[in-house]
Design a protein around this ligand. Structure first.
Ligand SMILES: Nc1ncnc2c1ncn2[C@@H]1O[C@H](COP(=O)(O)OP(=O)(O)O)[C@@H](O)[C@H]1O
Ligand SMILES: [Mg+2]
Length: 271
């Protein structure tokens, strides 16, 4: 293809003609921009504290306690960077689902048992109600666990930050539907504001200090890989609830390898 057939972008290189490819490039640009934006804060804090430590070192480290605090800030910065990079990898390359029949009841009970003490320490109670005949779901147990855990940990954060003197509760319910199962995870914390409601599943949308904004983007992507649906609803009296619907069959002609390949594209929108 010669260059006059393609549109120039002002930088001397051509954009592809195919609108889908252009869309993907635009999406990639916006995701890369979000990633860079997230990395900048911790990197800036690390660079500043290293500089201050070097200054102090040159003066014979007159205030070692201060230096220790700076080292701790550097450590926090690197932890945050690791968090972002790990989460970003789970989002961008979740890995092909390793499909098995997953007992969702057992999985949910396991997560709840594991989290209960930690939640109780934040004065949050967690209750679980699962239909006794809940169908198994074909899926990757690790990825399904990530879906539920991300939503539960967000519920914890929302309840922890709620200044109202309420009985903080997370309730999980699961039952069979016509061609699948439905899991609802609800908490009675604050309702979503309109910005959060509109951008909940967007990569890098976070209203928290130190949040990566990738948790729900990962949830949306993993649910999509399992051919399911995830939605959120919220109202001021009842807090926030997430509904995850997962199919119990992948269709008669479908084999494990026919789940969509995870690197087929980034589609963070779960609606
Ligand atoms: N249960 C919830 N209650 C209130 N707000 C929530 C809830 N779950 C998610 N959110 C909002 O959605 C944002 C994005 O969540 P997420 O993608 O997991 O990123 P992060 O937890 O790193 O902020 C959160 O920062 C929060 O504002
Ligand atoms: Mg989160």
């Amino acid at each position: 293809m010669d260059s006059d057939e393609r549109s120039e972008n002002g930088f001397g290189f051509a954009l592809p003609d195919d609108p889908r490819q252009r869309d993907r490039l635009a999406e990639l640009g916006s995701i890369a921009g979000g990633l860079v934006h997230e990395l900048k804060n911790p990197l800036g804090a690390i660079a500043l504290n290293v500089e201050l430590l070097l200054d102090a070192y040159a003066k014979g480290d007159p205030q070692p306690e201060r230096s220790k605090a700076r080292l701790q800030r550097i450590q926090a910065g690197t932890n945050h960077l690791q968090d972002i990079v790990q989460s970003f990898l789970s989002f961008a390359r979740p890995g092909r689902p390793d499909v098995d029949k997953v007992d969702i009841s057992q999985l949910l009970h396991h997560i709840v048992d594991e989290q209960r003490d930690l939640l109780n320490a934040d004065r949050i109670s967690i209750a679980i109600r699962v239909a006794p005949d809940l169908a198994a779901v074909p899926g990757d147990s690790g990825q399904l666990r990530s879906i539920f855990l991300n939503i539960i940990l967000n519920a914890r954060d929302a309840l922890r930050d709620d200044p109202r003197p309420i009985d903080r509760q997370i309730i999980i319910a699961a039952r069979n539907r016509r061609h699948g199962i439905r899991v609802v995870i609800a908490n009675n914390g604050p309702a979503l504001n309109s910005t959060a409601a509109a951008h909940l599943f967007d990569p890098f949308f976070s209203a928290k200090d130190g949040g990566t904004g990738l948790g729900l983007a990962i949830v949306a992507r993993l649910v999509e890989l399992h051919r399911g649906r995830v939605t959120a609803s919220s109202n001021p009296d009842q807090g926030v609830s997430f509904t995850i619907e997962l199919p119990t069959t992948l269709g008669p002609a479908q084999h494990r390898t026919e789940l969509p390949a995870p690197d087929a594209g980034i589609h963070p929108d779960a609606s």
